[in-house]
Design a protein around this ligand. Structure first.
Ligand code: FES
Length: 82
């Protein structure tokens, strides 16, 4: 199973879940609001790895940022809170 590293802590990555759902299932406290890619509240910094979006996120993102609520990953991924 791939690994999700968030703020230096490692968690198993369930590839069928969003990154936000993965962190919630591990009881990690994460900022979010809309859960639909609009508000940007879940914006986080992508350190390494790749994400895919089920639909193109509406919130503005810089090149090294991801939206946790609507992205998934198939591989080891490292993310830091903003
Ligand atoms: S919670 Fe609103 S964009 Fe992710």
């Amino acid at each position: 199973m791939p690994i999700l590293t968030y703020n230096g802590q490692q968690y198993p990555l369930h590839t069928e879940k969003t990154l936000l759902e993965n962190l919630e299932s591990q009881a990690v406290s994460v900022e979010f609001h809309c859960r639909e890619g609009h508000c940007g509240a879940c914006r986080s910094k992508l350190i390494s790895g790749k994400v895919t979006y089920s639909q193109f996120p509406m919130a503005y993102l810089r090149g090294d940022e991801v939206l946790l609520c609507c992205s998934k990953s198939e591989e080891n991924i490292t993310i830091d809170a903003p």
